[in-house]
Design a protein around this ligand. Structure first.
Ligand SMILES: Cc1cc2nc3c(=O)[nH]c(=O)nc-3n(C[C@H](O)[C@H](O)[C@H](O)COP(=O)(O)OP(=O)(O)OC[C@H]3O[C@@H](n4cnc5c(N)ncnc54)[C@H](O)[C@@H]3O)c2cc1C
Length: 191
């Protein structure tokens, strides 16, 4: 048996792995597309800034992947890290469902890469101007349809606030909300 000093994969993953959504996979060209949000620090951030063609990157997947239920009214809310997942949602939701999306992200820099669809009503919310208050106002101005099913992802505490807003102020049943904290302010790799 060949022995190495490398730590087991599970240990490597614990300190060097980060999770990203597959935006697109082309089997024929062996091309995997991922959109990264670049922020101030972190292993993914520093890898990205120094990555050059030919660098190796390990891929392990998939830890989580949910089939969204077919529902007539879907509400989806996410920040910039959730844009790839929301883009996939736009592309995969059947025409029979009405999709209402709130993107807590900068439209000027990210708007061009986000898909549109006849059945998707997309609202960009400035992430730097108290996005939760803006969201509250937008939802008050145009309340949820009865039987809405919701999906939320982004910064963990913000996701919690949005979930509470939907449950407490818009009486959405908890069972009808799928939510995931994708990252946590001041905390590396929460998953
Ligand atoms: C299922 C799932 C899918 C995801 N898909 C994507 C995706 O497609 N694209 C994407 O960009 N991200 C995605 N994320 C989020 C991504 O995994 C985190 O942002 C990750 O922590 C970034 O790693 P890092 O090494 O750069 O920073 P870390 O080492 O994890 O964190 C270092 C510091 O940066 C801060 N930080 C971490 N992430 C962010 C951020 N996004 N914005 C601002 N500050 C941050 C932390 O608070 C911490 O202080 C996904 C997460 C999950 C769970």
């Amino acid at each position: 048996m060949h022995e190495t000093n490398n730590p087991p994969l599970s240990e490597v993953c614990a300190w060097q792995a980060r999770e990203y959504t597959v935006r697109h996979l082309c089997q024929r060209e062996k091309l995997l597309t991922v959109d990264f949000v670049l922020h101030a620090r972190g292993i993914a951030e520093s890898w990205l800034r120094s990555a050059v063609v030919g660098d190796h990157l390990g891929i392990i997947g998939t830890r989580m992947s949910r089939e969204l239920p077919e529902q007539p009214h879907i509400l989806a809310i996410g920040d910039a890290t959730a844009l790839p997942a929301l883009a996939r949602l736009v592309n995969s939701t059947p025409e029979s469902s009405c999709l209402r999306i709130f993107l807590l992200a900068d439209q000027e820099s990210l708007g061009r890469s986000f898909p549109s669809s006849n059945n998707a009503d997309i609202t960009w919310v400035d992430p730097l101007r108290d996005p939760i208050s803006q969201l509250m106002q937008l939802l008050d101005d145009s309340p949820l349809q009865h039987g809405t099913w919701a999906w939320i992802a982004g910064e963990a505490s913000q996701v919690g606030m949005i979930r509470r807003l939907l449950v407490d102020d818009h009486f959405l049943e908890k069972e009808r909300i799928h939510f995931t904290g994708y990252w946590k302010l001041n905390t590396p790799a929460i998953h």
